[in-house]
Design a protein around this ligand. Sequence first.
Ligand SMILES: [Zn+2]
Ligand SMILES: [Zn+2]
Length: 152
Amino acid sequence: MCLCGNELSFNLCCQPFINGDKIPTNPEALMRSRYSAYSKGDAEYIYKTYAQEKQAENPIKEIAEFANSCQFLKLEVLETDDFIEESFVTFKVHYLFSNLLCTLHEKSKFIKENDCWKYLDGNIEETPEIKINRNDLCPCGSNKKFKKCHYK
Ligand SMILES: [Zn+2]
Ligand SMILES: [Zn+2]
């Protein structure tokens, strides 16, 4: 299974996009590969796949800091709305920030630049954070206690 949750393995799913061997032909594939890049801490790919006008406000260093401070658990793609020049993907990303289980619930907007899909921005729905105690079950679904699994 790929990091993004697809049945295909990582080297057939998101890796070719992250390596630059292939270009995502639809916004969902781009979105999934950005998620996988976040979980791998590949800040450069995330930077590159921002729309040009958004790159200045999202420096690689900040992307890397965020990616490295989180443990990404799961991506759920909820809805895609594809149009010719712009598209929307609604998704939830579940991640751990220290002992807080956070959910990013976002409707992302993607645009085409030189025939490639790029991430422009998104509307975020506020989702409460849940504090996980060391003896709770880990939210990754491993059935292990948090302290023996994703606890840092
Ligand atoms: Zn994938
Ligand atoms: Zn875990």
